[in-house]
Design a protein around this ligand. Structure first.
Ligand SMILES: NC(=O)c1ccc[n+]([C@@H]2O[C@H](COP(=O)([O-])OP(=O)(O)OC[C@H]3O[C@@H](n4cnc5c(N)ncnc54)[C@H](O)[C@@H]3O)[C@@H](O)[C@H]2O)c1
Ligand SMILES: CC(C)=CCC/C(C)=C/C=C/C(C)=C/C=C/C(C)=C/C=C/C=C(C)/C=C/C=C(C)/C=C/C=C(\C)CCC=C(C)C
Length: 496
């Protein structure tokens, strides 16, 4: 029997699409090139440590409202995931002594920030309160496909003010809103970092809808760490998928999307095997989908246009570190950002991101040890055309530069080191199948908020995209939304 839908890739975007469709009774097959599900939200194990490969600061695992999309996706297929509340989203270590914690309690966060910028008291409140407005609109309605006119009509009649609010914010960027209320240049730099650390662009290029989500949900549903590691979310979704009658195959690398009379009808694997489906969903990036899985010379016009508007963000240099417990003093927070010079915020090795998941879930490391995942932007070009020994030496040098800098916030890190594994943009490209190891699309120049971000349907009938190169972009909760929307559109198209 032909599949109703074939999903290429088991990232969170792909798995949410698959589980949503399976829950509606569709026959779904997921094809994953790697050995385990999850993509950027996957894990690997070494010497008693369980490391997250990428995503580590997880939104969407809250209990209330409508924006807790990971919790909702899991429960739709009758599975659940224990979540450990993180009391501080980020501890910032920024230039000019700007040392600040983003507390889970909104008012405490505002007080911490106002203590550094008392003359901007009003501006700070107005900016973050405006972000809360966006969030309240989103968090009041069912979040489904914006490509489905009946849904739009229904949600408009149910929540007219929230819809108009969202329509107003869709073309806006966070930096423009911040500049309306805030004048202090250092505070504006801080807002840039608040955006950059998840959108990989400064605030004037970061869509206001996404900023509204992140800057509010961290105080509402909160940042929560999945017990057992980030990889558990994908494992649980697969468990739910299979319970609902869906199937997943690993080591199944799709090399071609098959078309007949211009319509997507199936896929071909690297081993030559062909699968047919009524609908094909690609969770690979749009670059991989339209340049590798389909003939690049036949790229639809709107995809060319998208590539003119968006470029690949840099990848990361990742240090997966095992360290003696004694290195981290009591009360250390789980997530840190380190930057010494504002000029270098977006440069390679400028900002260092740190995540220490064992502070929330000690079972991820051997007794007496912690995991530190430190990562910093790096471009693939710097890692190409190297011999094996040159590549190893370059990794080692880069890793020690990062460790030296981290010594400032974690003295004794070097001496307490137990395990070190270094990933480069080449590693991300190889294991995640993402072109150039990219973290996702970023605007080439200032765009109108989210207006240019494509939804799930593509110019090729029968082919849909899901994941971070579709609306609303990067972030596990964002790609979960894209999965809900994609499954909704397909379900309507197939008459489920
Ligand atoms: N450092 C980080 O925190 C970090 C880094 C990168 C991405 N992310 C986040 O991870 C999320 C990405 O989620 P996503 O759902 O868009 O995608 P994803 O990249 O996580 O998952 C895509 C999956 O598709 C598989 N795949 C790709 N090409 C394939 C092919 N030809 N055949 C079969 N399988 C194939 C990959 O192996 C992977 O499992 C985003 O939220 C992003 O922001 C985080
Ligand atoms: C009808 C009318 C008139 C109108 C209509 C309108 C409407 C309805 C609209 C709607 C819209 C919507 C629905 C939207 C949605 C959205 C969403 C969901 C969004 C989401 C978002 C999210 C996000 C962005 C997230 C993100 C996150 C991230 C990315 C994270 C990251 C992190 C990292 C990287 C880490 C860092 C750090 C350290 C480690 C320190």
């Amino acid at each position: 029997m032909t599949n109703d839908a074939i999903v290429i890739g088991s990232g969170i975007g792909g798995l949410v699409t698959a589980t949503q469709l399976a829950a509606k009774g569709a026959k779904v097959l997921v094809l994953e090139r790697y050995l385990i599900p999850g993509g950027s939200a996957g894990y690997f194990e070494r010497q008693g440590y369980r490391f997250d490969v990428g995503a580590s600061m997880i939104f969407g695992l809250g209990q209330n409202g409508t924006t807790n999309l990971l919790t909702r996706a899991l429960s739709a297929v009758n599975v659940s995931q224990e979540a450990i509340a993180d009391p501080v989203q980020i501890h910032y270590h920024l230039p000019q002594g700007l040392n600040l914690k983003v507390d889970r309690v909104y008012e405490k966060f505002l007080q911490n920030l106002i203590a550094h910028f008392p003359h901007e008291d009003q501006g700070i409140r107005r900016f973050y309160d405006e972000c809360q407005k966006v969030f309240k609109c989103l968090n009041s309605m069912d979040l489904l496909s914006l490509e489905e006119p009946w849904y739009l009509l229904r949600v408009f009649f149910q929540h007219p003010l929230a819809c108009l609010g969202l329509a107003k914010y869709l073309p806006q960027n966070a930096g423009d809103v911040a500049r309306r209320y805030i004048k202090d240049p250092q505070l504006l730099k801080f807002i840039d970092m608040e955006c950059y650390c998840w959108s990989v662009v400064p605030s004037d290029m970061t869509p206001m809808i996404n900023a509204g989500m992140v800057f509010s949900d961290r105080h509402y549903g909160g940042v929560n760490y999945p017990k057992g590691g980030v990889g558990q979310i994908a494992q649980k979704l697969v468990e739910g998928l299979e319970k609902a009658g869906g199937k997943i195959q690993y080591q199944a690398r799709v090399t071609k999307i098959l078309t007949e009379q211009g319509k997507a009808v199936g896929v071909q694997l690297a081993n030559g095997k062909v699968y047919r489906g009524k609908r094909i969903v690609s969770n690979a990036t749009r670059w991989d989908t339209f340049e590798r899985l389909l003939p690049v010379e036949e790229m639809p016009h709107n995809e060319k246009k998208w590539q003119q508007n968006y470029q690949k963000s840099p990848s990361f240099l990742s240090l997966h570190i095992g360290v003696k417990k004694s290195v981290l003093p009591a009360g250390t927070e789980c997530h840190h950002i380190l930057l010494e010079d504002w000029q270098k915020m977006t440069a390679a090795e400028g900002t260092i991101f740190v995540s220490i998941p064992t502070l929330l879930d000690p079972d991820l490391a051997p007794n007496g040890y912690h995991i530190i995942h430190a990562f910093t932007p790096h471009w693939i070009d710097d890692w190409q055309k190297l011999s094996v020994s040159e590549y190893e030496a370059k990794k080692e040098e880069a890793a020690w530069r990062i460790i030296d800098r981290l010594e400032k916030i974690f003295p004794g890190l070097d001496a307490g080191l137990d395990y070190l594994e270094v990933g480069t943009p080449r590693t991300h490209r190889r294991f995640l199948g993402r072109q150039d190891g990219t973290y996702g699309p970023i605007p080439r120049r200032k765009l109108w908020g989210l207006l240019n971000m494509p939804f799930n349907r593509t110019a090729i009938p029968g082919l849909y995209c899901v994941g971070d190169s579709t609306f609303p972009g990067q972030g596990l909760n964002a790609v979960a939304f894209s999965g809900f929307a994609c499954a909704h559109r397909i379900a309507v198209d197939l008459g489920f």
